[in-house]
Design a protein around this ligand. Structure first.
Ligand SMILES: [Zn+2]
Length: 532
């Protein structure tokens, strides 16, 4: 029904002003495009900007841009806190959790954008105490702004999603999936978000998405950092997520569960499996920075309005819980002596009941709901089936952490990307005695380079086999030096280890220098001797 028609119909009963009021949401202020259209439409870039402009002047808010997209759009951020903060130094001085919440990384998945706008409005509509008294919120509602503007029909852009009719696309304007770009950092959007991470060092990163798979019984599914090298990953999974789950149910009536899909839709008892542990995915990446990442996935087969509301409730509960669990969330870690760099998915210790929706066949080719394949029908009947839940990873290969990595002077691209990540890279000075003999150096002999058969994100990913060997090496003047005793030392190890499942070798940074029978150009010195 169009908005005008709805208003006319409502006017007969209540008067139109009252009907509009009913749609206005819980707090005073502007309404999102989703709210104004009774959840028939989602915001364009211009809608987001004008909504944010209408919040200017609210005393809790600071406005800015994290950087520009490929097509030159500013990616807006809003920082919300009481008292208001304008700089990272001011935020740190408050000694409270800083949360970075991002919507629209996949621009067809639109409820995060709408929920974040509503949250900014609602948290600043009255002076009553709320989470902004205890946390600093950095909201980035329209991260993939270029993707958002490539509006097309849902059927085209988001095949298994229940509306709205017109949405953006998954990729950015370079056709890159920004949620596979966190290590290689090729997109200007990624580099802009890394710069924000480096400046603000948020304690929690929340990435808002929509599912695109199984017919399950949850309004929203979630994941903590899945990489076993993430220092706070397990704590987040076992101490934060169960509380969020409980509160989503008891306070909002939204059932939630660990993100996943049924392994086999026809034989549910085979299990439920999460996605991937590699740090190309934002929330896993954020875990390797020693912080907390939370993936939020609203259920794509729910109506748009319910998806906005479940995402809204989830983010609000995360803000409140971060305030309560401030000490655990802000816990600092030291880089261990061994770091997992490859891993494989394993089940939780016990089988768990997972809710599935029973799907019927219609016997013809009609489409029963947007996002449901032709000839299939949702029944509204749900089964709880006990099954293995693959929600975690165990290390299959670990790296010994050296004191430092030594990178050839010619590898300037490698140094550039490390610095985008905020990793400190020094250089062996010309002024010092220009060679230093290291008796405890380790070099990696390459047995083979395995190239992925198919291109992915414009790359043919590389995997190396080989072994470490002890050697005596000089550090030539001009070499780049990465110390592991720095705040992002763990991330540096993950990116520089030659056998890492998602490091710079993977993304072709060393292709020129890699040959079977040769050596990996980066060597390491000091620390625990690597196992050969
Ligand atoms: Zn997504």
């Amino acid at each position: 029904m169009s908005l005008a028609l709805r208003c006319t119909a409502a006017f007969l009963l209540l008067g139109c002003a009252r009907a509009v009021q009913t749609n206005a949401g819980p707090a005073a202020g502007p309404r999102t495009r989703a709210e104004r259209t009774s959840y028939l439409e989602t915001s364009r870039y211009a809608d987001v900007i004008s909504f944010l402009d209408s919040l200017r002047g609210r005393p809790e808010l600071t406005f800015g841009s994290i950087g520009k997209t490929n097509e030159g759009r500013d990616i807006p951020y809003v920082i919300a806190s009481r008292p208001r903060v304008a700089t990272a130094a001011e935020a740190r001085a408050l000694s409270r959790p800083i949360l970075y919440v991002q919507g629209n990384i996949h621009a067809g998945e639109v409820e995060g954008k709408e929920a974040l706008l509503a949250i900014l409005r609602d948290l600043t509509s009255s002076s009553r105490p709320n989470a902004l008294d205890s946390v600093v919120l950095i909201a980035v509602p329209i991260y993939n702004a270029d993707g958002n503007e490539r509006f097309g029909h849902q059927e085209q852009n988001r095949g298994s999603q229940n509306g709205p009719e017109m949405v953006g696309v998954r990729a950015n304007a370079q056709n890159l999936d920004l949620n596979r770009d966190y290590i290689k950092a090729e997109a200007p959007e990624t580099r802009a978000s890394l710069a924000m991470f480096n400046t603000w060092d948020p304690d929690v990163f929340v990435d808002l998405h929509t599912t695109d798979g199984s017919y399950h019984g949850y309004a929203l599914t979630y994941a903590a950092p899945l990489n076993p090298a993430a220092p706070l990953g397990m704590w987040t999974r076992d101490s934060i997520m169960p509380l969020l789950r409980q509160r989503m149910q008891s306070r909002h009536g939204f059932p939630t569960f660990d993100y996943g899909d049924f392994i086999d839709d026809d034989t549910l008892s085979k299990g439920w499996a999460t996605f991937d542990s590699r740090p190309r995915f934002g929330t896993n990446y954020y875990g390797l920075r020693g912080r907390i990442g939370i993936l939020s996935e609203a259920y794509s087969h729910d109506p748009f309005e319910r998806r906005v509301k479940s995402t809204y409730a989830f983010v609000r509960e995360i803000l409140s819980l971060a305030a309560e669990k401030s000490a655990g969330i802000r816990k600092k870690f030291t880089v261990p002596t061994q770091i997992p760099i490859r891993s494989s998915m394993i089940p939780a210790p016990d089988s768990i009941g997972v809710i599935a929706e029973v799907m019927d066949r219609t016997g013809d080719s009609t489409r029963t709901q947007a996002g449901v394949p032709k000839g299939r029908r949702r029944t509204g009947r749900y089964l709880t089936v006990k099954m293995p839940v693959m929600d975690r990873f165990r290390p299959t290969l670990s790296a010994s952490v050296p004191v430092r990595y030594v990178i050839p002077e010619s590898d300037t691209q490698v140094v550039r990307v490390l610095r985008h990540h905020g990793i400190t890279v020094g250089q062996a000075s010309q002024a010092l005695p220009n060679t230093q003999l290291m008796s405890e150096a380790y070099v990696f002999d390459v047995d083979s380079t395995i190239v992925a058969p198919r291109p992915f994100q414009g790359h043919r990913e590389i995997r190396l086999t080989g072994r470490w060997r002890r050697d005596t090496r000089r550090i030539p003047a001009g070499s780049f030096i990465v110390s592991t005793s720095q705040p992002l030392g763990l991330l540096a190890v993950y990116m520089l280890e030659p056998q890492s499942d998602d490091g710079l070798v993977t993304w072709n940074y060393f292709d020129r220098e890699l040959k079977p029978g040769g050596i990996y150009p980066v060597f390491k010195t000091g620390g625990v001797p690597p196992t050969p």
